[in-house]
Design a protein around this ligand. Sequence first.
Ligand code: DGY
Length: 323
Amino acid sequence: MVKPSVLVTRRWPAAVEAQLMDRYDAVLNWGDTPMTPAEIREALKTYDAVLPTVTDQLSAEALDVPAAKTRIIANYGVGYSHICEPAARSLGVTVTNTPDVLSECTADLAMTLLLMVARRAGEGEREVRSGAWTGWRPTHLVGTKVSGKTLGIVGFGRIGQEMARRAHHGFGMKILVQNRSRLDPALLARFGAEQVDDLDALLPRCDFVSLHCPGGAANRHLINGRRLELMKPGAYLINTARGEVVDEFALIQALSYDLIGGAALDVFDGEPRISPDLMQCDNLVMLPHLGSATKEAREAMGERVLNNLNDFFNGRDPIDRVI
Ligand code: DGY
């Protein structure tokens, strides 16, 4: 039997690449450089399946391929706002993602960022490494206590819930939640959480706000200048969702004028390009999109793609079908 042809746009964990090579006529990206829109268009004409990830822009233009051969875009990652949904629908392709398996690790990283920014860990590390540390003193790098504070979670999907679990059960935090749909009271009760109808009503009540909503046009600049002003002075913003959810220009103003206590970002608008003004903000922690970056999560994400492909090429609806 002829194996379906599959293009993988970036390097994946070796164990998963080996399975892809075994089961499919797979072409891997040995150089691991992001693909250009032209290369993606070419791939859509050439392969039965394209396996992209967040660094690939599958825009309306890239997906405007009348003679496409590709029938499934099996994304490696849970977020798929880099795939233009209307264009994918008109192309008639199936699109899948990789939920669940990265929720705990992404929440671990969000908690890492929360602790780092509250306890000024980034500033401390920079000081030690630069040789500028002069020793212990009562007023040195004094941060903010985390335990018992109020955390606002924006988007209460699987990652938001894992964040609530850590913050509530580990740090005794009070959890406020903002979510598009009404949540089951039994689910909220698991984390001692309260659902607040409106983001504007949630922000002034929180000491920390952590973003776990999808990216894309609908949530672009959800956190803008007006909403940053609604936050408590001294409160902290954590973003492990998508860069475009935060208006970075407004955030730079808020950080520079101490409108909020600080921010911690794992994702950036237009990443890996980072605004030079963000670099100047000392009350900001920045990580290079590490949310799911554990061996366990990355291998499990690959397994999830393999399962989706297997279902699709055996005539079943893949469990993680999103389009
Ligand atoms: C995702 O899965 O969407 C992350 O951003 C990469 O793990």
